[in-house]
Design a protein around this ligand. Sequence first.
Ligand code: V47
Length: 364
Amino acid sequence: MDEMVVQAGLGDILDKVKKGERLNVDDGVRLYKSPDLLALGYLANMVRQRLNGDNAYFIYNQHINYSNICTNLCKFCAFGKDKDSALAYEMSVAEVKDKVRARLAEPITEIHLVGGIHPDLPYSYYLEMLQGIKEVRPEVHIQAFTCVEIFHLAELAGKSVADTLPELMAAGLGSIPGGGAEVFSPRIRALTCEKKLSGEGWLEVAKTAHRQGLRSNATMLYGHIETIEERVEHLELLRQAQDETGGFLTFIPLAFHPKNTQLSDLSRTSGIEDLKHVAVSRLFLDNFPHIKAYWVMIGPKLAQVALSFGADDMDGTVKEELITKMAGGESEQAMSDTELIRLIRAAGRKPIERDTLYNVIREY
Ligand code: V47
């Protein structure tokens, strides 16, 4: 296998990986440019095995997208809608609580709660939504509001992000999901999501949260108009931030789905590209404990294969995720824990049910 990597022209990277040395930006670019998927997979799998052994994680979670009304209207997004659109919706706090109540019989440990940047919902709505979920399900961990939403909530509160986070935490916020990162490059943001919080702003919110003991995830939306160099720059900025705070739990590469978006003339990503992103992120983000293959976006079968290309986590049971569905995602909206366990076992890994912070709930 080592020979295969050398023949792919990646012998020097193999040496670094074996010695546990950090890869540089040029290495990252070369990995993305390499057509040799198996060589990348072999390298990334070596790192995954070192960090996570035979464990492959999943979580029993519930996604709730409380509103799709959004003032940003990013070109890559099919979920966000103008307030006046016939497709716009927003849930009342009572409706969100009903969603949680409806699944009380299931052993859900995490609620994943995200929406758009709503033009007029007040700050109190978000606090009451967190408190309301906790009333219905006191033990559940609420992973809510991307860094972009957190920044918006701080503006609504008329406070700094540092002063807003303790209020959200007191209301029930447990951690922050990885969305809204897109590609940090100002060029990509100007072309696809000019109204959105800058990459710098996103990183600052994440680091502020980490300094207060709040953990968060990170993502990259790939497969649209970004260059390879911009991808590596994005990973490099995440790695630097993680060096500073150590607060990121997992990185999730998100495959662009073009349907119903303003970039609908672009093609969907290929399986090769999806696996390559898992592998390169595992190799480059040496200080991230976990890499997630999000089955909703790349499909359960490819997410399973990704467990041999650097990923150690398949996310969870999900249900009712609308961001991918609106953009043409074809995966089922929910997966049973039995199915997740079956997929992980068939990949030769040990299924571990985890909580949001990667504490082990049950080993299979
Ligand atoms: O922020 C939007 C992306 C994100 C599209 O933290 C799109 O564990 C593909 O961040 N095609 C939301 N992606 C999803 C997300 C996430 C998902 C699962 C787990 C976690 C986690 C985070 O989806 C958005 C945006 O970056 N997105 N439109 C699209 N058309």
